[in-house]
Design a protein around this ligand. Structure first.
Ligand SMILES: C[S@@+](CC[C@H](N)C(=O)[O-])C[C@H]1O[C@@H](n2cnc3c(N)ncnc32)[C@H](O)[C@@H]1O
Length: 252
């Protein structure tokens, strides 16, 4: 999927807030082997690495474009690698992932698979967006279901694989995890107008649609802009953003 790091970066300060909440869940020790799944453009992975002294941190991402940006944040103890987060190999003290696992399907299998990659005593810490029922998401799904987009997209829709907080807690318990923490939080963003929300989702949720729309992308975006302006005419506009955070430890 062709990610655009510059588009993604436009809301960096808003996107960083849940990262800091997630980072606060990670127990700080020395000499850890750490992976950041879906590390993106790398600056937050660098902050994770700087927080964990003497540790070996790997930022893993499937996007060459993102990894190209991330390269400038590499240092001794921090490397970036191309790879699929759903096929993680190796054994890790910390498996960290901020706003990336929602791009891999079937969390009922994915989370146990990742958990199995923890060393005894290791910790998993994950943040995934859970705002897929926000009006902005309803509008792009509705637009994708209308002609001419439905035909161009051949009926494609991306349905978020994100589960409920209860389900994540149950999965972690079934894995035998200890110190299970799962919560959902609404991040209150105030953006310029509905157009800014469209800009925001253009860097994330709309990426798989853009990939399939080719030259029709601008028309699709225009249709979404118009519907969003009708639905959310205020300026500034309030953008409540729900996210799920969880952390758990494998018994030592
Ligand atoms: C929303 S960005 C999050 C980036 C970064 N973690 C942050 O917090 O800013 C999602 C990232 O997940 C990556 N991604 C999506 N699917 C992936 C997969 N199957 N394996 C590895 N990375 C993936 C994308 O390339 C993108 O860089």
């Amino acid at each position: 999927m062709p990610w655009n790091p510059d588009q993604y970066h436009k809301f960096q300060s808003e996107r960083a807030a849940p990262f800091y909440d997630l980072l606060a869940l990670v127990d700080v020790h020395e000499n850890l082997k750490v992976v950041d799944l879906g590390c993106g453009p790398g600056e937050l992975t660098r902050q994770l690495a700087d927080r964990l002294p003497q540790s070996d941190v790997t930022g893993l991402d499937s996007s060459p474009e993102m990894l190209e940006k991330a390269a400038s944040f590499a240092r001794v103890g921090l490397v970036f690698q191309l790879g699929d987060q759903a096929r993680l190999s190796g054994a890790w003290d910390v498996i960290f992932s901020n706003a990336a696992l929602q791009w891999s399907e079937n969390h009922t299998e994915l989370i146990p698979s990742l958990f199995s990659r923890l060393k005894p005593g290791g910790q998993i810490a994950v943040q995934v967006p859970s705002n897929h029922n926000h009006i902005s998401h309803q509008i792009y799904r509705e637009t994708a279901d209308e002609e001419p987009f439905k035909s161009i997209l051949q009926g494609f829709q991306r349905i978020a694989p994100v589960l409920t907080i209860d389900q994540y807690a149950q999965i972690l318990f079934t894995c035998g995890a200890e110190e299970i923490v799962v919560f959902e939080k609404v991040y209150s963003h105030v953006l310029k107008d509905s157009g800014a929300i469209v800009e925001w989702i253009s860097g994330t949720a709309l990426v798989p649609y853009f990939e399939r729309l080719g030259q029709h992308k601008e028309r699709f975006l225009q249709a979404i802009h118009e519907k969003m302006h009708t639905a959310l005419p205020d300026s500034p506009v309030f953008y409540p953003f729900r996210r799920i955070l969880f952390s758990a430890r494998k018994p030592a």
